[in-house]
Design a protein around this ligand. Structure first.
Ligand code: ADP
Length: 446
């Protein structure tokens, strides 16, 4: 670990332990410590008043008070922002050492080896193995072993006072019995440290692997978006130039049918290329991060507006439009043109891939904190094996390619990206030749 690391490295989420995560755990210890202070105070009152155990109440209360005062110090420290990982590790270590010393004092005041309270050392070892790796775990374990051993031997050789628990048997203090108890304690502590560190080593390896894969995916996604952006930028002007030339030639053509046909076909293909460029630019616009200003949008009004603008197209296919849209506003918060793109793509697909004369059913529902928008058609449908592929760029099912030469295979990837950016969900249910339903569930977040 290096003190000189910049802040970005200090809080690097790819590290298993960061200054920020240590700070979070330190806050958690503070809460645990309050609980243990309350536990000790309750325990001492119970032992004294109810069980009638002759405990040195004053000493125990002082130990609990020291713990409480230190805890307040830790809280004050944690109010300042975390600086470096090294610093935080040092502070957590100091806290753990102080905790072990205070625990040893408490063990001494409550009967020493007679009291099973010494098992609490194991909790410290487990916590150490969750936070640290390698040598720090064994340092904490070693300290726990030394402190409890010194405490036990100190009491045995009467170097420090012993507080006898009424219920405890005197045999506990026989050297052999004492050594057996200490031996078992050492073994349990070392095994706990070993299991904890091995377990965490495994977890760290899994996390490292996941972080690595996530990074590779992000890099691949970024490379793809950069490539699309480059293509969009480079290809746009030549296509527009070619299209205006073709349109001009079509205009000037003096009735030659073959030329007319060829130029007409070229013009249509160039229009399609422009659609692809537009879609690619949408896809890259919503690139790595969500951009654009969020506003409140009335989905009821927007859906109605979109359906009116597509009335001619719907009529030309003899589709039976059924729209179940509330008359009152249905508001969601989001970037307006991204929301519009989602609705437009799903409605247009519902029209494009429907069978002539069939039903197109559009539903908008306000369901408390969520808004459901769905488009159902009775068209060509999508085979189960294609239902994931249709969200990949440029993928078009064979049935779709037969039905319509229009289409870029970019509409659904755009929908998917924008839906993810809005933390909405997208579901597809479909059966070949029966129809498809695409459902988006928006969060209102008003
Ligand atoms: P396209 O421009 O081809 O419509 P999309 O990305 O919008 O591109 O859709 C990708 C593919 O998903 C389509 O080519 C089609 O195969 C399939 N698809 C999308 N919507 C439907 C639908 N409502 N019914 C059947 N297939 C659909």
């Amino acid at each position: 670990m290096d003190d000189q690391k910049p802040e970005s490295v200090v809080n690097d989420p790819t590290l298993f332990v960061t200054a920020a995560s240590l700070r979070g755990r330190s806050d958690w210890f503070i809460r645990l410590r309050w609980m243990s202070v309350i536990g000790v105070m309750t325990g001492v009152i119970t032992a004294d008043q109810i069980a009638g155990l002759p405990l040195p109440v004053k000493g125990i209360v002082i130990t609990a008070l020291i713990t409480a005062i230190l805890n307040v110090g830790y809280i004050l420290h944690n109010r300042r922002p975390a600086t470096s990982l090294n610093n935080e590790v040092r502070i957590v270590k100091v806290q753990m050492v102080m905790d072990l010393i205070l625990l040893t004092m408490l063990v001494n005041l409550t009967g020493g080896i007679e009291n099973p309270l010494y098992l609490v050392y194991i909790i410290h070892v487990i916590i150490a193995s969750l936070i640290f790796k390698g040598k720090e775990i064994y340092q904490i374990t070693g300290l726990a072993v030394i402190l409890f051993t010194l405490e036990t031997l100190g009491e045995h050789y009467r170097i420090i006072p012993h507080h006898h628990l009424m219920s405890a048997s005197e045999t506990i203090h026989e050297p052999l019995y004492m050594l057996m108890t200490l031996g078992a304690f050492w073994i349990v502590l070392i095994v706990a440290a070993y299991i904890g560190s091995t377990f965490m080593k495994h977890n760290r390896a899994i996390k490292d692997d996941l972080v690595q894969r996530q990074k590779e995916l992000q890099d691949a996604d970024k490379a793809k978006v950069d490539f699309f952006r480059f293509v969009t930028h480079e290809v746009k002007s030549p296509i527009i130039t070619a299209l205006s030339a073709v349109d001009l030639a079509l205009d000037k053509n003096d009735g030659n049918e073959i030329v007319d046909n060829m130029l007409g076909r070229a013009s249509r293909r160039l229009h399609q290329a422009i659609e692809i460029v537009k879609d690619l630019s949408d896809l890259t616009r919503g690139g790595m991060k969500s951009r654009g200003r969020k506003e409140k949008i009335d989905l009821a009004e927007l859906t109605k507006k979109l359906l009116v603008s597509r009335k001619e197209l719907i009529d030309s296919r003899n589709l039976i439009l059924e729209a179940d849209i509330p008359s009152s506003p249905v508001q969601v918060k989001g970037v307006p043109d991204k929301i519009e793109k989602i609705l437009v793509n799903l409605i247009d697909n519902g029209i494009r891939y429907n069978h002539d004369g069939k039903r197109l059913y559009i539903v908008l529902m306000d369901v408390g904190s969520k808004v459901i928008f769905s488009v159902q058609d009775e068209g060509i449908g999508i085979k189960p094996k294609d239902q994931e592929l249709i969200f990949e760029e440029f993928y078009r099912t064979p049935a779709a390619r037969e039905t319509s030469t229009l289409g870029t295979g970019l509409g659904l990837p755009i929908v998917k990206r924008f839906v993810e950016q809005m933390k909405a969900t997208l579901k597809v249910e479909s059966e070949p030749d029966v129809g498809s339903t695409f459902t988006v569930t928006f969060r209102k977040r008003l």
